[in-house]
Write a protein that binds this ligand. Structure first.
Ligand code: GRF
Length: 203
């Protein structure tokens, strides 16, 4: 049977969340879905090779002197041609243009390695360590035009332990990301929700 949900995954680097999503589809954690396309804004993103090893179509779309809007237009076109119904950012290190966001209304998700609204932006794990929080984690949220800001779908907490450094805390959060992102995607795909203000509520 042809899967109902077609995911487009956007990456810039390592691609461990991409692998977690692919496995979650295989094991039925995300039912009735397929990753139709992986796009990267970096030609050397290791995640592209992971995608190809799994026989998922994967492509780098770089700026090549174009504006963000022009580059995003190519992203939108490729995703639409692949029939993508949900865009999942997985370590995609670039703000999306308003045109991109409007092309996929309520259908772009991101995972961020902190409990938002704490520590948005780069190096969230280092920010958390510097601040001295005792609990951190990760957040899956809808993407809007502001950085790490859209409506929250799910959050997972992890402890910050004495003696943690950026590497050990990042690894603990990443393990949580690999559990949380598939569950949050499955919840969004299942439907039966609406957005009220900043809150995702069941119908
Ligand atoms: C993850 O920590 C994710 O939360 C952040 O970027 C990192 C991507 O890691 N947005 P990977 O490429 O999925 O391994």
């Amino acid at each position: 049977m042809i899967p109902r949900h077609r995911l487009g995954v956007l990456i810039s680097g390592r691609g461990s969340n991409l692998l977690a999503l692919a496995e979650a589809i295989d094991t039925g954690v995300i039912p009735d879905a397929v990753i139709s396309l992986v796009l990267s804004n970096k030609e050397d993103a290791p995640g592209l090779a992971h995608a190809r090893a799994l026989e998922i179509p994967a492509l780098a779309i770089t700026a090549r002197g174009r504006s963000r809007a022009e580059q995003d237009r190519e992203f939108i076109q490729r995703l639409q041609e692949s029939g993508v119904t949900l865009v999942c950012l997985a370590g995609y290190m670039r703000l999306l243009s308003p045109e991109f966001i409007h092309a996929f209304p309520q259908a772009i998700l991101n995972i961020h390695p902190s409990l938002l609204p704490a520590f948005p932006g780069l190096d969230a794990q280092a920010q958390a360590l510097r601040y001295g929080v005792r609990t951190s984690g990760c957040t899956v949220h809808f993407v809007d035009e502001q950085l790490d800001h859209g409506v929250i779908v799910a959050q997972g907490a992890v402890p910050v332990l004495p003696g943690d450094d950026e590497a050990s805390l990042s690894a603990r959060i990443l393990a949580q990301e690999h559990r949380l992102y598939p569950q949050a995607i499955a919840e969004v795909l299942a439907g039966g929700w609406r957005i009220e203000g900043r809150r995702l509520v069941s119908r």
